[in-house]
Design a protein around this ligand. Sequence first.
Ligand code: KIV
Ligand code: ZN
Length: 499
Amino acid sequence: MAYDPPSDVMIYDTTLRDGEQTPGVTITTDEKIVVADKLDKLGVDVIELGFPAASPGEQKTFKEAAKIGFNAQISGLARALPVDIDKAIDSDADYIHTFIGTSPLHRDYKLKMTKEQILEKAVTAVEYIKDHGITAEFSCEDATRTELDYLKEVFGAVQEAKVDKINVPDTVGVTIPIKMNQLISDLREVITVPISVHCHNDFGLAVANSLAAIEAGAKQAQCTINGLGERAGNASLEEIVMTLKKVYGINTNINTELLYNTSETVSRISGVKMPPNKAIIGENAFAHEAGIHVQGVLANSDTYEAFKPEEVGHKRRIVLGKLTGANAIKSKLDEYNINLDEEQFDQLFTKVKALGDSGKTITDVDFRSLAESIQGKPTEERIKLLGISVMTGDNTLPTASVKLEINDEIKSCAQIGVGPVDAALTAIQSLIKEVVDIKLEEYHIEAITGGTNALGEVIVKTVDEEGNKVTGRSTDEDIVKASVDAIISSVNKLLMLRD
Ligand code: KIV
Ligand code: ZN
């Protein structure tokens, strides 16, 4: 494999053209301008804003962009046809990326043209663009499935016609790094203008193939934010840029701290959500759960991170689950300024592990609510819940059986109610009435995060016969249990008040 990379690589962003070809994605003029502004601030060298010949809307977008005057060059895609090129020129594009298919498949089935006819179209298109004083980039579509001799011939001919850059697309993502590296080395034998590469991700190799091209001397990568693009997408800009920066030590003009924010904007506007494990910008890209990892990261983040999240504008997250260690819990408590005594800490630790074992990941809000409800529990528990079971459903009277320890005495009863929470409250009231007579003044329940397995947070306000009012709070994946715990917590507080 050749290793002759440039010291600087240009970033040609095609989020708003190939990225818009993501199935199901359309981006309006206003949205394109918002994204273009982000890309411009991000520092991309070229923004491929769209395909002017496709629609009047596309032409309007180019005109708007020209009025704004971005720092990046604004490129329009055009088939190697004067009609397309004219639309790009009339739309005030300052850069035209023209292309024609060159592989046997494209020649025979799509274009039904001979090699000579295609070569002639390519040269004419480039000459036409250059005659208008506009920057020209030329692509042999499906280059990686084109015969090498013919590819050299076409690229050589457009170079003679004064093209500014040539681009090598792996249109259906079928090449592999070693072949891409060789192809760029072979093309460098005849090409002296900068070589660009455009890789699709059909086999998940788009970034690897782009990097292999750069290793062989390609000076530009065409790529998209979040790897959007036709079918399985294009090479992801954030992955290429960060690998160049951190692994190869190769520069780009990208302000990497803006990557996360740009990715979020593109995700929101395109409607394409990123998987949590997406490299660089995924929600898990800097998340740590395993106790050993968390301990390492808290001591020195380099132990388990390739680079610091701030470098891409992201955030480190300590995720709690069954693999969580005490260090992670301590660090989260510090983060939220929650002080727990040893016993409360043990309760929280046991609860986090139990929730993790039941398959739940505990979000930051879940954690805070759990910790605060444990912190808010009365220190003295004269009434303890020993067990609860509820029965509810169609044609069944909601019934709750509750077992309590009240002042060291065990008592139980079953009651009906309008629902399971009401039945449980009635059962508690009847069990404790000799000690205290309570009324429920307020009851709030909230699912902390979305999903049917979300933790429920219950906050109650209870009042006793003397008019004392207290709140109780609890968090649990079972909302009846959370309700009962919150009520019992409030009753214990009332008893402490009366002592
Ligand atoms: O994938 C491709 O071949 C393209 C060309 C238009 C460059 O997107
Ligand atoms: Zn493409």
